[in-house]
Design a protein around this ligand. Structure first.
Ligand SMILES: [Zn+2]
Length: 146
């Protein structure tokens, strides 16, 4: 099973490989979360609560990426996990669930995520993810018909 450390290492890896030029307006954390059939990742902006305005600077808000625990299995290709992390990092870069400037009306506006990933040289991750998703979906359908 992949550890929390493994997951943070993947985040560092894809950040430096594909997103080295984005503005890190607030810190990013990543963790494994609960399993959901069709939701593999999410990103949330956590704002400090109950902290006086003056001390906010020392308690900045942070973005937390959650990845489905289904991906802890070594049987899932690393590229599928990295695609999911990169997908959430696109939202971060576009100002969704981050302190960055919001660039679009909706997080998935007109396919912006995959366009961004292709421009950043992560096109192979998209292909790998789509291939995996197709197999995964057909497995679920097969199992539900039993
Ligand atoms: Zn998304």
């Amino acid at each position: 099973m992949r550890s929390e450390k493994w997951l943070s290492d993947q985040l560092e890896l894809v950040l430096s490989k594909y997103f080295s030029n984005i503005k890190i307006s607030n810190p990013i954390e990543i963790k494994w979360g609960r399993e959901a059939k069709y939701r593999f990742g999410s990103i949330r902006l956590i704002k400090p609560k109950g902290i006086k305005l003056l001390s906010r600077r020392s308690y900045p808000q942070k973005s937390v990426i959650t990845i489905t625990s289904m991906f802890r299995s070594e049987g899932i290709s690393e590229k599928v996990v990295n695609y999911t992390i990169c997908h959430e990092l696109c939202h971060y870069a576009h100002g969704f669930s981050s302190a960055n400037k919001k660039l679009f009306r909706h997080p998935h506006h007109g396919g912006v995520v995959n366009r961004e990933l292709t421009e950043r040289g992560a096109g192979d991750l998209i292909g790998e993810f789509k291939k995996w998703l197709k197999t995964y979906r057909s497995e679920i359908l097969k199992n539900s018909r039993r």
